[in-house]
Design a protein around this ligand. Sequence first.
Ligand SMILES: Cc1ncc(COP(=O)(O)O)c(C=O)c1O
Length: 389
Amino acid sequence: MAHRFDALTAEHMRAGGSWKWSTPGESRGRGLIGAFVAEMDYPVAPPVADAVRAAADASAFGYLPDDWVADMAAACSAFWGDRLGWALDPAWVRPVPDVLTAFTATVRHFTRPGSPILLPTPAYMPFLTVPGMIDRALVQVPMPRSAGGRFELDLEAIDRGFADGAGLLVLTNPHNPTGRVFDDAELAAVTEIVERHGARVFSDEIHAPLTFGGARHRPYATTSDAAAGHTITATSASKAWNLPGLKCGQVILSNAADAEHWTATGYLAEHGTATPGVLASTAAYRDGRAWLDEVLAYLDGNRALLADADLPGIEVTVPDGTYLAWLDARGLGLAEPSSAFFTREAGVVMTDGAACGEAGRGGMRLNLAMSRPVLAESVDRLSSAIRSM
Ligand SMILES: Cc1ncc(COP(=O)(O)O)c(C=O)c1O
């Protein structure tokens, strides 16, 4: 039976307002399909739209009142408790405009001055460039692939990086762009290494609600007291409910000393949080669960479509978490970046793997959060481009 999201055509998306679909251009007489930046094409959850409308009706665009922050923290805490197994203390949930602001505040205020940052790669692209913008060296830690093809953390390289002076590990889980959801054993191994070096973890859990099949997100700070003691967690309703333009995320503190230090240092990071974003995020966490479940089921169908795709020369990693698939195109032996080839020959615009770090070279990140007919067309176009090489 057709799903209401099936009706979201490429023409409809191009006429709307998103970054993903604003890439102009034609390829071989067909419009480009936007499949790069991590935005979803689905109409926003009705409780979120209602909250933003109500904010406009009430002229609620002033500075952020404390009780609205508290209400969001309570809604966030209830959602994380019910769905992700972390009964957060709402007093330790603080507003920030976005995860990147949480990241820069963590680097500035919670790491040794000047200490380098360790980043498993391929990675979410800004993590490669933002450290340099705040005068920090970045150490890429390429993720090896197991015999079964799954991306894993290189624990020995992380250990070496800390031994060489790094102060912070960026742990993105669920992982963008590889779709990994790290298991307890991997997380415990990270904790042991970080503790041994007296270092820190920035745990980016923005994709936490977006897991599939048997995979279940485990909040890093819940894995042990040690992990809670060295971690700043960041999340946001912006991925699971598709609200990045509303500029509201959350920092989650997990020990009293960090909470106190955040109170002393976090003002500037918190200041940019948008009032309508706080109201929308409260609505998402509190009243957006049915919409989220519908989206997860739909995305799961898109995962199945990709799993069945016939793309010779491409190793496809269907994500266990996130709606981002990794397509390793090295088998095609292209002389140019694979994303450039497929933009031109297939008209499907993906993120080039090299933008995710050296370890991503030859790969591409495909965003699955589109209507199923558009995904089917995307896959057909990729397949035809390969066959006409
Ligand atoms: C892993 C990850 N972290 C952070 C972000 C950015 O989040 P924000 O817009 O809240 O800075 C994204 C966006 O796609 C992401 O995938």
